[in-house]
Design a protein around this ligand. Structure first.
Ligand SMILES: C[S@@+](CC[C@H](N)C(=O)[O-])C[C@H]1O[C@@H](n2cnc3c(N)ncnc32)[C@H](O)[C@@H]1O
Length: 288
């Protein structure tokens, strides 16, 4: 790959998905894009770049998808889900007692293991029984969202992080595959959304899981996203980040939740802005 083609691809990927590739990742780009080029009948990366320079080529989203990491599994890192049960839900059950409703956003939800882990916890949390709990799962990739909507997982996928009791209770086996039961699937609404773009139309949330996606972005992109996340999080809401992610030293939009690693609250500075909520969008059944 020529240095010019690499520079073009770096810029293209940063603009489309936020992916921030350092100057020495040519091997990674080649290992992912040469097979894609061959699959669509192109000799190599130079021809792929030519196609991307054309207007609105459908190959653009395939290139982004090929460079995106969709790694996920049920109850990933365990601790954030324990926090949900032990700290976040008990506090919100009290704080929202008159509303009896919660809105949870799983941003960058990949193939669904994360939002469905949350859904299973909601289902098991007795004090939320009879509440209106909306779980909104969004991702840049339409392909992973389609997989998530189907709620069908391989033996390998259900063996990663999912307690056997939950497998038996909430899934139905069909041959080698396992499908989440319809009641759990119906708890999650799916929408395609690029975190680089405006998301204020989603309304405000009590809990946001935005995990293992910001690590791929540069500092300025993270700052912008934290700022906008703070505006759609209720003043007493909670943001959960991935194990290797933090707001500390990057943004003052959030402050760490006391004694709970990986959890953050909107900072007081932002709370005034967040208090003017956008109207929650009615998510239509077809988005499920
Ligand atoms: C590594 S997965 C993380 C999945 C899940 N949050 C977890 O922690 O297990 C990262 C996900 O972020 C999505 N993603 C990447 N860039 C994005 C963007 N700009 N906007 C929204 N989602 C994005 C990818 O499609 C992928 O599904």
């Amino acid at each position: 790959m020529t240095p010019l083609d690499y520079e073009f691809l770096r810029k293209f990927l940063k603009e489309r998905s936020g992916l921030d590739l350092s100057s020495d990742k040519q091997y990674l780009v080649e290992s992912r894009l040469i097979p894609l080029a061959r699959r669509v009948g192109l000799p190599g990366i130079a021809e792929l770049v030519m196609r991307l320079k054309g207007l609105a080529d459908p190959l653009a989203s395939e290139v982004v998808a090929a460079m995106t990491t969709n790694e996920t599994f049920f109850f990933r890192d365990k601790i954030p889900f324990d926090h949900l049960k032990e700290t976040i839900f008990p506090a919100l059950v009290q704080a929202r007692a008159s509303r009896r409703g919660l809105r949870i956003w799983c941003a960058a939800s990949s193939s669904g293991q994360e939002p469905y882990s949350i859904a299973m916890i909601v289902k098991e949390f007795a004090a939320l029984s009879g509440w209106r709990v909306e779980i909104v799962a969004t991702d840049l990739s339409q392909a992973v969202l389609e997989k998530s909507k189907a709620g069908i997982f391989s033996q390998f996928e259900v063996q990663r992080g999912l307690p056997i009791q939950m497998l038996v209770k909430y899934f139905t086996q069909t041959g080698e595959l396992w499908q989440l039961n319809a009641d759990i699937r119906a708890m999650v609404q799916h929408r395609q959304l690029n975190l680089l773009q405006d998301f204020s139309h989603l309304g405000t949330f009590d809990v946001i899981f935005c995990r293992n996606v910001l690590i791929y972005f540069d500092q300025d992109t993270k700052i912008g996203i934290f700022d906008r996340l703070a505006r759609v999080l209720e003043p007493d809401g909670v943001l959960a980040l991935g194990a290797s992610e933090s707001v500390v030293g990057i943004s003052d939009a959030f402050r760490p939740y006391p004694d709970k690693r990986g959890l953050y609250r909107p900072s007081a500075v932002r709370t005034a802005r967040a208090a003017a909520p956008a109207m929650a969008l009615k998510l239509v059944a077809s988005a499920r």
